[in-house]
Design a protein around this ligand. Structure first.
Ligand code: NAD
Length: 506
């Protein structure tokens, strides 16, 4: 059995090897296409984390003192290396996650775009300067790294999300310890190896595997200054509270239930094409998936439903390497069961199950974690299947009477990650974008994931903390501002009487 080891400084040999493991606790890593266990991941403890923190403490001061263009050069090298190894990385990612290869390449590419942003870090890190803020006094500010930061990431984007965090954390001069999802831990380890190959000093990017035990160790560790978390909301809230209580800077992104509003003037063929990908792509395992569609008015609802049904029946579910498959299996058997339970709950609560994806079997892969696409109509806001995140290939139609009703639905939902409106009416779109109580808005764009030089972050229970991922928000999270007020006296002694009054620069 292949063993997936931590990637920490000083550990001999490759991070992936074959043979017995001495780690007390381990986890199974499945191939979702076959349902078979394909590897064992070590689940680390306090001692593993202590070793990683000690190595980071040793290496970080020199990295922080390295001038920013040299740090940027490592990012340039890393980008080239990831591109060179794209096929291998995408296959590895798909084999543990289950998403189709093209989608895995997208996962890696979206992460690389943050690295591209980080290549410009010398420009971004420039501080502010005021000459003559007072008599003979200048004021300037600088952004300095926090020291050691940690990232705790979910299974659904094992390349993009670690790179959202680490790209900025590293380029700004921090050491970074990644605790990836224990369900698909191999790509994060490969990223660590490629960072080393790119010239990143040992101990600056490390990977520790684990579950709650490791997460708690990170949250409590006095050597770690900041934690960036992405995952489900209850755990995000837990991580936020415990990390802040320990005096750390924490940002914690949570779950989602994104709505797509379809106005009566929308191009329905385009909407159906967009919705199919946004609701079912990656088997719905995206925090920016669109699992709720809100047609405005009865006529829109009837027409949309009529077009959606055949489009959903035409979806092809297949193994990750099937070039014609629209989506692959979900991540593991427990998650498949959870999705099927939610479908049953929806039925029990009185929604109409128009297309039932349960019981789907892929010929030759009967043990794989496949699930067909499902469509619900007449879903209402009191149903728990509407309130909660399903995170699977399930689309729910919630019918709205008019624009104001449609606007209220995502605005009043507990999650506020993303939302989209489909319309040809610029005024309606503008009103919607201004008034909706959600963090990321798409106008005729179904998955409005901001580009790397803007920032990613939801509202309400989709994010705890006050800075977003990547872009300038990421730079703010991973640095602290120091402000210097300087005076170079010309030799004369100042007015001693005034030394006891708060300086006003007057
Ligand atoms: P998860 O919350 O189960 O796991 C996330 C991380 O937390 C993992 O590293 C895991 O090991 C750790 N963890 C799990 N249980 C824990 C516990 N009890 N205590 C401490 N740590 C624990 O999430 P997941 O299933 O891996 O990912 C899917 C979720 O992530 C969905 O809710 C999805 O919406 C969300 N997500 C959000 C965003 C965003 O940016 N808002 C992006 C991607 C995914």
């Amino acid at each position: 059995m292949r063993i997936i080891d931590h990637h920490i400084a000083g550990s001999a040999g490759s991070s992936t090897r074959t043979g017995p493991t001495s780690e007390a606790r381990t986890g199974d890593v499945f191939d979702p296409n076959t349902g078979q266990i394909q590897a064992t991941v070590k689940l680390g403890d306090q001692a593993v984390l202590d070793a990683a923190v000690a190595a980071a403490q040793k290496a970080q001061p020199a990295w922080a003192a390295t001038n920013p263009q040299r740090r940027a050069r490592v990012m340039f090298n890393f980008k080239a290396l990831v591109e060179k190894n794209m096929d291998e990385l995408a296959h590895l990612l798909s084999s543990e996650h289950g998403k189709v290869i093209a989608d895995s390449k997208g996962d890696i590419q979206r992460g690389l775009e943050v690295i591209e942003f980080a290549c410009g870090i010398p420009h971004v890190l420039k501080g502010e300067y005021t000459q003559g803020a007072g008599p003979g006094i200048d004021v300037y500010s600088m952004r300095q790294p926090l020291g050691i930061g940690a990232g705790i990431t979910p299974f659904n984007f094992p390349a993009m999300i670690p790179l959202w965090m680490s790209g900025i954390a590293l380029a700004t001069g921090n050491a970074f310890i990644l605790k990836p999802s224990e369900r698909d831990p191999s790509v994060p380890v490969r990223l660590g190896e490629l960072f080393r190959e790119a010239g990143l000093p040992e101990g600056i990017f490390q990977v520790v595997h684990g579950d709650k035990e490791m997460v708690d160790a990170i949250l409590d560790h006095p050597g770690i200054a900041a934690v960036s978390f992405v995952g489900s909301s209850d755990i995000a809230h837990y991580v936020y509270s415990r990390g802040v209580a320990a005096g750390k800077r924490v940002q914690a992104m949570g779950g989602a239930k994104n709505h797509g509003i379809v106005m009566p003037d929308a191009d329905l063929d385009q909407v159906v094409a967009d919705l199919s990908g946004a609701a079912f792509g990656s088997a719905g395992e995206r925090c920016m998936a669109l699992p709720v569609v809100v047609p405005v008015g009865e006529k829109t609802a009837i027409a949309l439903r009529e077009k959606l049904i055949p489009a959903i029946h035409a979806l092809r579910v297949g193994v990750s390497t099937d070039k014609d498959a629209h989506y692959g299996p979900v991540v593991n058997a427990a998650h498949k069961q959870r999705i099927e339970n939610w479908i049953q709950t929806g039925v029990d609560e009185g929604a109409e199950l128009v297309v039932d994806g349960r019981g789907f079997e892929l010929q030759g892969h009967e043990k794989g974690f496949f699930i067909g696409p499902s469509l619900f109509d007449h879903v209402t806001t009191d149903m728990s299947a509407y309130k909660e995140e399903i995170f699977g290939p399930v689309l729910q139609i919630v019918r709205a009477d008019d624009f104001e009703h449609a606007l209220r639905l995502p605005s009043e939902h507990q999650y506020g990650n993303g939302v989209a409106i489909f319309t040809r009416n610029g005024h309606a779109a503008r009103e919607f974008a201004a008034r909706v109580n959600v963090g990321m808005v798409g106008i005729n764009v179904p998955i409005p994931v901001p580009v790397a030089y803007h920032s990613f972050g939801g509202w309400k229970r989709s994010a705890f903390g006050d800075t977003n991922q990547h872009g300038m928000e990421g730079v703010r999270f991973w640095t602290k501002v120091k402000t210097v007020t300087q005076r170079w006296p010309d030799g004369g002694v100042g007015d001693a009487a005034n030394a006891f009054v708060i300086p006003t620069m007057g």
